[in-house]
Design a protein around this ligand. Sequence first.
Ligand SMILES: *Cc1c(COP(=O)(O)O)cnc(C)c1O
Length: 377
Amino acid sequence: MQRATTAVTAGRPPGPGATLNTPPVFASTFRDGGETGYGRHDNPTWQALETSIAALEGGSGAVAFGSGQAATAAVLAGLPVGSRVVGPAVGYLGTRGLLGELSAGGALDVELVDVTDTDAVRAALAGPRRADLLWLESPTNPLLEIADLPALCAAARSAGAVTVVDNTIATPLRQRPLELGADLVVHSATKFIGGHSDLLLGLVVATDPQRVDALRARRTGTGAVPGVSEAYLALRGLRTLDVRLTRAEATAAELARRLSAHPLVDRVRYPGLAGGLSADRLAAQTDGPGAVLAFEVGGADGRAAGERVLAALRLIVAATSFGGVETTLDLRIRWAGEDPGRPGLLRLSAGLEDVEDLWEDLDTSLRAALTRAGTAA
Ligand SMILES: *Cc1c(COP(=O)(O)O)cnc(C)c1O
């Protein structure tokens, strides 16, 4: 079955008279004798979402958490104290923050590397001490570079390390890390899966059923459970992911193409535009470049330039996060710890508005914000 079909049908209740989708089952307590006893242990609405994402990613099972960050924390909490983790030097801010905290507190021994440099990752996996876990993101957030996932998963496996891929940006409709050799996939379903900027939820998918059981036990033990409404809405979002992503991706590709020819834009970062190694990797391991892009403005004065662009917007929403139906633009330097080397880096998440309306807003805002500044300077 094609993934677009799986996204609509997986986790559907069977049998005559069943609802087409599992409704939100609001319950802390279930009568004795059934599958579920208490609402922190399990819930039928979580299960429908978990079954669906596991089918899409090709895993044996999935576990839903209260946020993407809770999912990440649950995976890292499974490591014995002192474990060595190789992680991305450029990657989601929250993941890097958590790795930094666990490293500073002595729980983990963390080395951050450029995950697009396969040899650098191989070297980090080997020494100074054998690594226990490799954490990857591809495309990376926010630079949207592509790591060689099959080569890195194979390198981790031969080094005896478990590989985790954060698949939030690509989604299972564009990239399936378990098929490329990863052991675990993490999602912030807050982004494309939920898709409407109205919920927080995280997911972990695993190939090995024992890992699924261990993660579920950790969720029960730590109480990092998702809300029932959130799980219901995330599954509802997943049902339309294919059409939303296809439309948003086409818009992102067109905006990236036009921005790269724009006189006021310094540099555009979009996997679908990048040449060389990134293009080869994109073709080998994904079904498309996705709906997130980034571009740089203003050179050394980029922060002020970026702030003026945000202030000039009339349709595109100045906001962080990505994957919603609304097109959003985020100046990453606003967030402490994010890419100090690129002050004018703006990350754009393409939504579902008409591309010509979006382009008009973007072009008008760039000209209003940057041309006036040029004359003033
Ligand atoms: C947002 C995000 C997370 C964290 O997810 P939350 O749902 O915000 O906790 C993790 N990884 C990536 C790539 C993200 O973009």
